[in-house]
Every structure is written in C-alpha cells, then in structure tokens.
Design a protein around this ligand. Sequence first.
Ligand code: FAD
Length: 510
Amino acid sequence: MNERVLIIGGGLGGLFTGALLARNGYRVTVLEKNATPGGGLQTFVRSGERFETGMHMLGGFRRGGSLARICHYLGILDRLRIRPTDPDCMDSLHYLAEGERYAIPGGRERFTAYFAERFPLEAEGVRRYVEALYRLSEEVGMFYLREDSVSIFSHSEEFLCPADELIARYVSDPRLRDVLAYMNPMYGGVAHHTPAYIHALVNVLYINGEDRFVDGSSQLAEALSDVIRAGGGTVETRAEVRTIHCEERTIHSVETADGRRFTADRYISAIHPCTLLRLLPEGSLPRAYRQRLDSIPNSYSAFTLYLTLRPDAFPYINHTCYCQISHGEAWRFGAYDDLWPRGVMYMTPPVSDQGPFSRKMIITTPMSFEAVRRWESTTTGRRGAEYERWKAAQAARILDLMEQLHPGFRTKIETLHTSSPLTIRDYYGVKEGSMYGFCKDAQQIALSQVPIFTKIRNLLLTGQNINLHGICGVPLTAINTAEALLGTNRLIHAINTKYETDHGTDSFTY
Ligand SMILES: Cc1cc2nc3c(=O)[nH]c(=O)nc-3n(C[C@H](O)[C@H](O)[C@H](O)COP(=O)(O)OP(=O)(O)OC[C@H]3O[C@@H](n4cnc5c(N)ncnc54)[C@H](O)[C@@H]3O)c2cc1C
C-alpha cells in the first residue's frame, strides 16, 4: 500500500494514530513542534527529577482493558512500566473545612460498598448510582472496543443529562453528591453542562483500575514513535507547521517554521482545531464551520507546582490525593477568585527504585485562563517581572493549603518550579491552555461534536477535541481516525482478535 500520511502534532493523538496506520502499511510522517514528541506525554527534568506534564493517571491498562488491547496490538504493552495504585485506596479525598477524609478503593464492588458504608442512609442510592455509571459506559461501545459504535444522538436521556443532575437523581445527601463528583479535575466538569456520560466514562475508567507510569509518561511516546519508525515512517521534532497550502479543498503541502515543505497523500491534524484554522488559508473551510469551532468553550486550564523533595522527608504515596477547601466547591474548580485554589490534586509519581520516601511531587490546581489573560500576548521566558511575582504568589497560596494538610510541608521542599495556563497554551499549542480541549455541553450537544472528516478532501482530524480527552478517549479516537482510512471496524476487530488469541477471552478482572 505505502500510502503516505502526514500528521500535524506529535502528541497522544498524533502518535497513536500514526502508530496504528504504520502498523497497517502506511508510511507516516509526524511533525511535532517541540524538541521531543509526546504532547501530554512529554516529560521534563528539573533538579535531577523527571516530571510528567499532562499524563499522571492511567486507566484501561488492566487485563482486558482498552489500552492494554491497543498497546498489545502495537507490540508495545510489555515494554511499558506501569504501577497500579493501592487497591485499598486508589484515591484519597480530603475536605479541609470539615476535616473529612475518604480513602476510596478501586473496583466496582469495593467502590460501591465503601460509599454505602460511609453513607448508610444512601446505600441503595449509591448502588443504583454505580449501576448507572456502568450502564452509561456500556452505551459507548467504543469504550469497550466493541464493533457497534452508535451515534451520540441515539443514546438514553440519562446519557446526555448534566453530570451533577445524574448524581442528584440517585443520592440526596448534598455531602455525598459532592464527594461523588471528586474526579471533576480529571474532566473539567461544569455544573448543568458537562454531560453525564463524560463523568461516567472517567469514573468507570479509574474505578476499573487506576495506574501510573513508573519513570514518566514519555516512555509511551517513545514506544509509539518506534512503531512509526518500524513502519518506515519518521517523527520529526522541532518541526512546527506554520502554513498549510490548500487549494480547491485539497491540501498540497505543509510548511514548517524553518521553511521545509512536506507532501503526502493524506493529512491528519492532531492539534487543537482552532490552532489548525490559523494555519489554513482563509476560505479553505466553510465560514460557518470555522465560526462554530471558534465559539466552542474550552475546559479550564491548570496551575501546577513541580517540587523536588528533600531525602527521606515525605512519604511515597501510592495513590492520587484530592483535596477541597470545603464541601460545595466540586463544580466550581475552574473559577479564579479570592477562594482560589478551591482544591488541589497532588501525587508522588513512582520511579523504578521507589523506596518508602518520594523525591518529587506534582500539585495540579484547576485555573481559568482569565487568571493570566493580561499576559496573553507574551511568550515563554519573556513574560516579565510582574508575571513572575504573580506566579510566586499563586505558588504560595497552594503551599498554604498544603501546610494545612501536611504541617511543616514547606520545610520538605528542595526546589520548586511552576507552570501556568500560559505554559500549557504555548507548550501544547492549545487554545487558552485548556487541559481537556473543547467542553462538551449537555445543553447543546451538537455544538461540540466535531467529526473526523472535514470539507478538505484529504484532511482528517484526531486528538482530544474530537471525542473524549485523556488516556480514556484520545487512543479510541485514534482508532476512529485510522479506520477512516482502513475501513470501519477493521482495526477494532484486529486489536481484539490479537489480544484474545494471545490472552484468552477474559474481560476486565474487576
Ligand atoms: C496539566 C494536565 C494534566 C493532565 N493529566 C492527565 C491525566 O492524568 N490523565 C489523562 O488521561 N489525561 C490527562 N491530561 C489530558 C491529556 O494530556 C490530553 O487529553 C492529551 O494529551 C491530548 O492529546 P492530543 O493528542 O489531543 O493533544 P496533545 O497531547 O497536546 O498533542 C498535541 C501536539 O501537537 C503539537 N503541536 C501543536 N501545534 C503544532 C504545530 N503547529 N505544528 C506541529 N506540532 C504542533 C504540540 O506540541 C503537541 O505535542 C492532562 C492534561 C493537562 C494539561
């Protein structure tokens, strides 16, 4: 076959799509603007420690899981170093004002039993709520790599109701409603708007088994790049696409910042669609389509602390820690005001010789892009002294919160680095530094549905804005995009057949 495919953007979506196509005879060229490929999978080293930028928590890697199947098909599963979180406490949740603490176990039965025990008057509601989460996830055949994907519009009413309303249908205690929304920072949920199915898929993904990379997420980017190279393709770094030459609804070539031109038979955009629009000549896509993409709101961004910790000072924690300042804030995380930070998510990422103490910590705090709007025209390293002072002040607010959780926390820190919504915007080239791209809106579901196909004949789309974000969604969309070239269900069938031939037909172990 040897058809040539050029992919713009070497992040999670670009690399998965490229690897799937390379495995099927396509000659793939990936153009990535940064010095290393990976996008959200990229890592960086500060003070001798490796930090992940945008992929801390994994799901779908347990036996029979979607990611385990896809990675096995690509021949890379065995080389990934992954550590399960503690099954007795996959996540902890702390409410500062109320002094409440939850140690939330993984696994459907244990998750249900835990909350039923903590809220005995709501036990039946909890059971029915968890059933609803799994029922909604079953409506997305793709989530389980089934060959029966149906249109978003043929789902149940509950599927598209707002996530906060879904919870409220099953439980009446406001505290429990709040607790059950604790994974909000993993999907950027907005009250009355985020559809229940997003909440359900993210919850089910992690309840079925939450894992983390050992020594950082860039290993997945490297493994996927190797699959592309093994198929005769290349992953070009420092190759920022600046112009796409397109006439009569056909792309003829793309041009990088350093003036190189690349041609291919097919082009796939794996960057934020609004970034793509700026690279295309005016008029190459219908005005209504462009206006719609520009008008879709994006999920909130984040302010992050990357800390190296003194030796033997802070324990390694084998789960993700969520903290909220009080009840009632779960759906207001993104807001930036006097109450910020309303909550943090922190973790001690595992390393291969992990001992009882951790030498690093990542603290992520949802933040609206509005917080940095006044510096939006600046570029990395040239944002000015006022911005640096502002960043230091935000870091201090987060550390004040951490002091309440772990008294004396500041004394355990060796070095501190920060990133803001501007860092995310410029690093990934994503509009407003959004963590998860286009918001899905239960009130106007059609607005955020962006098809893989475009009016440009040889251009397809992939990445987190097309369906669902994160490790839960981007690799699945990569399959959809690759199948647009290979034929419907061909890949899913091949992925499942290979997995079942090699591992038997067991499904999830939970
Ligand atoms: C702080 C943070 C924490 C997160 N934590 C998690 C988590 O724990 N678990 C999880 O599942 N998800 C997490 N996510 C979400 C996850 O990282 C994203 O959903 C995922 O990376 C999106 O994949 P993508 O391919 O669409 O975009 P990206 O991975 O962002 O890839 C886009 C790529 O395109 C490149 N690019 C942009 N413009 C150009 C251009 N003009 N030319 C060439 N290249 C270009 C970028 O440099 C980038 O490499 C997190 C995100 C953030 C920001």
